[in-house]
Design a protein around this ligand. Structure first.
Ligand code: NAD
Length: 311
């Protein structure tokens, strides 16, 4: 169905997603503004294109994996962007997997749907956009175990499912346009607040004389159990193979969490919902970044705000 896949944004996530598409035998052409990474792909025999528009011209479906809303907007609507020239698009499906605000997803989806049909042949389908951000970090992108949360037309989602499953292990249809983007920022908001709650409780426990390991065992067999306590514990030494046990290296950078919380805060303002924890969590992560820890995993909030004594 999607013999020719165009992929834009070959960073930490995108480059690994492309590798899995190639493994699944899709014909992939790629574009990035970083020439070094383009060269790496070209050296491996992967076709590269100079502009998003050239990607659009040669693809049945285009996937974008870009840093933020403004980048995605530019790649779609800018000079030599995917929609350049207003002619009928060759790809009928555009999938954005970047984490961006639902407002931008909605706006772009409307622009795509309103694309002029100049040059449309009878057998060509009208273009559709899906927002399909992912959960799971760089390792999940590498292993092809991402979860895609998808918003947009359900029939387009069903047609894209197999393609998405070549890069992930799970797809969840979240409803109409922008619901994928909304699901992603809500997921990360809940993850940030639970990480802060677990960190604060473990720090208080330690100050009251309980070791973090013992308190974690209590949490994990009681009502405080959650992903931040039983899978991604923030206290060094409590669990192996998590960022807290390797000086908070790798994992999900605090700057990405700060970005996602900014998106949640902007959305809360937009719908006029109070969300006090969203704003508090955003402030904490922005501060963490300002203090120079933007590249450390987001569980490093334990060390910086709660004393952080090791076991
Ligand atoms: P990254 O910064 O490593 O990669 C982004 C890539 O986009 C870079 O190669 C950059 O050169 C390219 N780019 C920027 N502007 C461009 C443009 N105008 N045209 C073409 N290419 C352009 O980012 P990442 O870590 O791969 O994340 C990508 C998206 O995935 C982000 O929205 C992020 O929030 C989301 N995400 C990241 C993770 C993670 O753990 N890294 C996890 C889940 C979701």
């Amino acid at each position: 169905k999607f013999g020719n896949v165009g992929f834009i944004g070959l960073g930490m996530m995108g480059s690994r997603m492309v590798n899995n598409l190639i493994k699944a035998r899709y014909r992939v052409a790629v574009h990035d503004i970083n020439y070094d990474v383009m060269k790496m792909f070209a050296d491996r025999g992967v076709p590269t294109r100079e502009t998003p528009f050239e990607i659009a011209e040669s693809s049945d479906v285009v996937i974008t994996m870009l840093p933020s809303s403004s980048h995605v907007f530019d790649v779609y609507t800018g000079k030599n962007g995917l929609l350049h020239g207003g002619n009928f698009l060759r790809p009928w499906l555009l999938i954005d997997s970047s984490t961006i605000d639902p407002q931008t997803s909605r706006k772009l989806s409307a622009i795509v749907s309103n694309c002029t049909l100049k040059g449309k042949k009878d057998d060509q389908r009208s273009p559709v956009m899906l927002d399909a951000p992912v959960s799971g970090g760089v390792l999940a992108a590498e292993c092809g175990t991402l979860t895609f949360m998808v918003g947009g037309l359900e029939e387009a989602y069903l047609e894209a499912k197999q393609l998405l499953l070549s890069m992930g292990k799970n797809t969840i249809y979240c409803g109409g346009t922008a619901n994928g983007s909304a699901a992603k920022i809500c997921n990360n908001l809940a993850m940030a607040v639970s990480m802060l709650g677990v960190s604060e409780a473990l720090a208080l426990g330690q100050s009251l004389g309980i070791t973090a390991s013992t308190l974690t065992r209590v949490f994990n067999s009681s009502s405080a159990r959650c992903w931040s306590s039983d899978t991604y514990n923030p206290v060094p030494g409590v669990m192996d193979c998590v960022p807290s046990s390797r000086n908070y290296e790798g994992g999900f950078a605090s700057k990405l969490m700060a970005k996602d919380l900014s998106l949640a805060a902007a959305s809360a303002k937009e719908v006029d919902l109070k969300c006090p924890l969203t704003f508090q969590a955003q402030e904490i992560y922005l501060e963490l970044c300002k203090e120079g820890h933007e590249a450390k995993d987001f569980s490093s909030v334990f060390r910086h705000y709660y004393g952080g004594s090791d076991e």
